[in-house]
Design a binder for this molecule. Sequence first.
Ligand SMILES: NC(=O)c1ccc[n+]([C@@H]2O[C@H](COP(=O)([O-])OP(=O)(O)OC[C@H]3O[C@@H](n4cnc5c(N)ncnc54)[C@H](O)[C@@H]3O)[C@@H](O)[C@H]2O)c1
Length: 317
Amino acid sequence: MTYLVTGGAGFIGRATVRALRAEGLDVVVLDSLTYAAHEADLRSIEGVEVVVGDVAEPADVAAVFERFAPSVVLNLAAESHVDRSLEDASPFVRANTLGPWVVARACAEAGVRMVQVSTDEVYGDRDGLPPSVEGDPTTPTNPYSAAKAAGDAMALSLVRSDGLDAVVTRGANTYGPGQYPEKLLPLAAQRWADGATMGVYGDGLQEREWIFVDDHASGILAAARRGASGGIFHLGGDAPTPNLDLLDRWRAALGYPPMGKEAWLAHVADRRGHDRRYRLASERTRELLRWSPSVDLAAGLAATAAWHDANPDFWTN
Ligand SMILES: NC(=O)c1ccc[n+]([C@@H]2O[C@H](COP(=O)([O-])OP(=O)(O)OC[C@H]3O[C@@H](n4cnc5c(N)ncnc54)[C@H](O)[C@@H]3O)[C@@H](O)[C@H]2O)c1
């Protein structure tokens, strides 16, 4: 049984590839190796076939299907940083919307199961609202999440029109070893290591659910194996945490002594349209997939801090 993991050189992709290889399964990665990929780390995982190519390019996807005949496709390839999408949405539309359509078409033609890996951000701001339930209407508020919501709709539409066997996962904010240092936690670690302050958007009280990267990967695999076609599954994490509290805990995990916030953070102008809160109802998913996260925030932050200590040059070589 061969798994094709698109975006397998990225943060969650590499954790997913590691989980599959730990089970002794055959893995092929299709990745265009953008700035967010870590090719050397991917290639350090034994027994993985790596193909450099674009999920939005039908010929690239067809070539992988022809050569490896995958039985399951996990579509993680995406542009993933909201701030970049606010400056130029075009690579996001290509990777996050056109990509899922191209992959879904190839899966439908080959009769192969697809997991479209998506995000809680497609539901938009949940401030003052109850948690999003699987299948609630999507109301994205930035080009990243708008392109992801459209990509999910592409895959789900082919379930109806082409008999595609597909599920969608919508995961919470993910953290852990090996994340590209433009995201909150690795960027803060880098800034503090340089003796600088960390810029925090607005009042810093935006709330996110956080899930450890290996738990996100195991949730994707649970959906691949146990999710009924056409289903949407929520991979939620711990209770929503305000960014300032998270950074406070992250500093402690990294071993910094307690210090007034003014010493380590600087409030900067808020992101345009910044959502205050994401919140997923995950109970139904947990029951249907017989899956739940195994690493809580305290343990996950400690593990991530230990990794940062041991790998200070990961993103410089
Ligand atoms: N990181 C999070 O907090 C989070 C939360 C929920 C969902 N997700 C979703 O999980 C998936 C993986 O996220 P990540 O954090 O690992 O992202 P990432 O940015 O670390 O990695 C994305 C990978 O996709 C590759 N890629 C980009 N465009 C491509 C294209 N057109 N063709 C082939 N490969 C391409 C990149 O080279 C990179 O290796 C994404 O779909 C993202 O939307 C992420």
